[in-house]
Design a protein around this ligand. Structure first.
Ligand code: NAD
Length: 352
């Protein structure tokens, strides 16, 4: 199939494209606006392939999206392009509304017009796969898991914008018959993740002997999924998921933020000891909590396991080892973020 992947220069999109090019026969058209979060270097392995094409296009531009659809005539879409960082959504929600909601609307409208004129054979296999987050379900207490039936209760501007886009996808299937599948995934980590996110931020700070700022009391719980496990799940749902369904994807790796940061310290002390820094745990400092910080996310991923046979391969320990090793081997990746103005500063204080 020829798949139009949006956001393919981002953290998860690039892992997905590398997976599709290396492990399948699909062709890929990567549609990306190249925001601060994008990194084309992550696509080095895939971009050599004749089955890969890149379009520097913003999904907020409806005309450009229609042009790409008509030019490439894709057999399906996997939509990842988004503003993705909760803290940035607290500081500046407007971009989240424009890209995550209006951008998704543009894509759905382009997909609808395109789908309606397809001949019946191609109509049968066409699908619009929307990639979303477990944060749309809101926050859990100490017990329970998010299932596909959990009602939506988004709390941050980011999760509200993703929930809005999920609802549009549902409505375009229900009202116009655009064939869709939807996935809601827990927190990802791995190579190429922009270092504003918790794991790469903590690894870089700990490596450099900087403070490790843990929000609040560090007792917020997240379920962590290694990005390559997510990429495999996305390819599987795109190929085999049932039209109109949605699937939760989770790592079966719940940790408090404090436990996670301590594990990172422990790993780095072993892999990259530094006498000047000493044991990294001493760098942990508790800072003001994130505004509206959700307490706990945890995923019941039994549907995708039973229906499609997917399970994560990496444990948090094995995935963290791979991620830390990758960060140590790629000093130029951290420099790229610094060159773009991000050097570990606190975001999300809503100070304008
Ligand atoms: P990312 O921020 O690393 O990458 C986003 C990509 O989208 C970038 O390449 C960026 O240039 C592109 N983009 C942004 N605005 C665009 C626009 N207007 N037009 C075209 N391209 C645009 O994000 P990520 O972590 O790879 O997340 C990808 C998707 O997965 C998002 O939809 C996100 O909501 C979802 N998701 C992420 C996680 C996670 O833990 N990172 C978990 C669950 C779901």
């Amino acid at each position: 199939m020829k798949i139009l992947v949006t956001g393919g220069a981002g953290f998860i999109g690039s892992a997905l494209i590398c997976h599709l090019i290396a492990e399948t026969e699909h062709e890929v058209v990567n549609v990306d606006a190249l925001t601060y979060a994008a990194n084309l270097d992550a696509l080095e392995a895939a971009s050599e392939s004749p089955r890969y094409a890149f379009e520097h296009v913003d999904i907020r531009d409806a005309e450009a999206i229609n042009r790409v659809m008509n030019e490439y005539q894709p057999d399906g879409i996997i939509h990842l392009a988004a503003e993705s960082h909760v803290d940035r959504s607290i500081d500046g929600p407007a971009d989240f509304i424009q890209t995550n909601i209006v951008g998704t609307f543009n894509l759905l409208e382009a997909a609808r017009a395109y789908y309606e004129q397809l001949e019946s054979n191609r109509k049968k296999s066409f699908r619009f796969h929307h990639v979303s987050t477990d944060e749309v379900y809101g926050s859990l207490g100490d017990e329970g898991l998010f299932t596909e039936k959990t009602p939506y209760a988004p709390n941050s501007p980011y999760s509200a914008s993703k929930a809005g886009s999920d609802h549009l996808v549902r409505a375009w299937q229900h009202t116009y018959g655009v064939p869709t599948v939807l996935t809601n995934c827990s927190n990802n980590y791995g190579p190429w993740q922009f270092p504003e996110k918790l794991i790469p931020l903590m690894v870089l700070n700990a490596l450099n002997g900087r403070a490790l700022p843990v929000y609040g009391d560090g007792q917020n719980v997240r379920d962590w999924l290694y990005v390559e496990d997510h990429a495999r799940a996305l390819a599987l749902v795109f190929e085999q998921g049932k039209t109109g369904e949605h699937y939760n994807i989770g790592g079966l790796n719940e940790r408090t933020n404090l436990e996670l940061v301590r594990t990172i310290c422990h790993e780095l002390n072993a892999i990259a000891p530094d006498a000047n820094i000493g044991p990294r745990e001493a760098l942990i400092s508790f800072v003001d909590d994130r505004k509206g910080h959700d307490q706990r996310y945890a995923i019941d991923a039994s549907k995708i396991e039973h229906e499609l046979g997917w399970r994560p391969i990496e444990t948090l320990e094995s995935g963290l080892k791979r991620t830390i090793r990758w960060i140590l081997d790629h000093p130029e990746w951290a420099k790229t973020a610094r060159d773009r103005g991000y050097d570990g500063q606190r975001l999300g204080l809503a100070k304008g």
